[in-house]
Design a protein around this ligand. Structure first.
Ligand code: SAH
Length: 355
């Protein structure tokens, strides 16, 4: 695992086995690797200084030879409405990313970014406006959760990869991140408490299915037909809707995990009762869950939410057709809740300051 723009191996992205190989190659005993791993992934150490039971000379060698990631806190906003917290984190190369903490009855859930920016171009999404800057390392995905758990002092039990970026466009790093996050020597988060959301890269969905993990796959559907989907999501031009759904069926066959379909409701675009019927027909016979998201208005986009009545009518049609449907509770609306908005606002401010 090399850090971008650096020839040094990224320590926090290594599995315990890989770390053991590195540490023993340095002439240290294997138990030093376990200690180091525990400092990084359980005690959530931010630097070598904290690792007090490691010999000083060993820490100095590590410092010299390896890259070590840790996010700096750029901004933290707490919602007065529901306790949701939004974080802007600074990376070592100066980029900023955003993460969200949501407090539910079942536990604390963190929504993480998988890339700096995004190249998928979904019309209603703020994260994609500036394009893709780079992939996040496994450690940089972990660090979002680690930093939030450290800052709040509260255990994170659920993780959703639904922040900025397309996780399956950063596949290898995502997989490594998932293995480290669920590892019994780390935070040991249950696979069943993890959701990965994708705009529908079919080959990657099939590949993920074959990993046979117990994570939930969420598919961003947003339209009941190929034509409509293409209007909202440029990626749909590359992947025919029927193939995307086949890949979702395959995911269910391979893992036994029910797929979640996300559907952002946009007034006058995809939210009519007829479209609800079309959606029910499209998903007929599939063991799935539909999550309706009233579209979050983004300043640069003209999309608006349907009113409450229309949203409930949409849900009703689906339920009458036997579908399991939830409406996503809007959280943190007062703190720039929609994907990528906080980061975008921050970048605009810094651009102005540089003028
Ligand atoms: N790239 C992944 C994950 C990131 S977005 C994906 O496409 O699934 C997480 C979810 O939020 C996706 O379903 C995305 O389409 C949706 N989303 C993005 N911007 C939104 C907005 N302004 N309003 C409602 N949903 C939005």
């Amino acid at each position: 695992m090399k850090e971008k723009n650096s020839s040094k191996t990224d320590l926090k992205s290594l599995t315990l086995e890989e770390l053991t190989a590195e540490v023993t190659a340095l002439g240290e005993k294997p138990f030093r690797a376990r200690q180091l791993y525990q400092w990084m992934h359980q005690k959530l150490a931010r630097d070598y200084e904290e690792m007090t039971n490691l010999p000083k000379a060993f820490r100095e060698t590590l410092q010299e030879r390896y890259a070590f990631t840790a996010h700096t806190l750029v901004e933290r906003r707490v919602s007065k409405l529901d306790g949701t917290e939004k974080y802007l984190f600074g990376l070592k190369d100066g980029n900023v990313i955003e993460s969200v903490l949501m407090r539910y009855q079942f536990g604390n859930s963190v929504c993480i970014s998988s890339q700096v920016g995004c190249r998928m171009g979904c019309r209603f999404c703020a994260s994609t406006i500036g394009g893709l800057t780079r992939n996040l390392l496994p450690s940089e995905m972990l660090d979002q959760i680690y930093a939030i758990q450290r800052l709040t002092g509260e255990r994170v039990s659920h993780v959703v990869v639904m922040g900025t970026g397309e996780p399956l466009d950063n596949y290898d790093n995502l997989l490594r991140f998932l293995r480290l996050l669920t590892d019994e020597h780390g935070l040991h988060i249950s696979q069943r408490n993890i959701t990965v959301s994708t705009c529908g890269l079919t080959e990657r969905i099939r590949q993920l299915a074959e990993e046979k993990l117990q994570i939930t796959l969420a598919l961003s559907l947003h339209a009941p037909s190929q034509e409509k989907r293409k209007e909202l999501m440029p990626v749909a031009s590359k992947y025919e809707l029927s193939e995307v759904l086949d890949a979702c069926r395959y995911y269910f066959e391979q893992t036994g995990r029910r797929v979640t379909f996300e559907y952002s409701l946009v007034s006058g675009v995809n939210a009519s009762a007829e479209e609800a019927r079309e959606l029910a027909r499209l998903l007929d016979g599939m063991n799935c869950h539909i999550n309706l998201i009233p579209v979050n208005p983004v300043r640069e986009r003209k999309y608006v939410q349907p009113d409450r009545r229309e949203i409930l009518a949409f849900k009703n049609v689906l339920e009458k057709c036997g579908k399991t449907v939830t409406i996503r509770r809007e959280m943190g609306r007062d703190i720039a809740g929609a994907c990528g908005q906080l980061r975008k606002g921050y970048m605009e401010k810094s651009e102005q300051a540089n003028l």
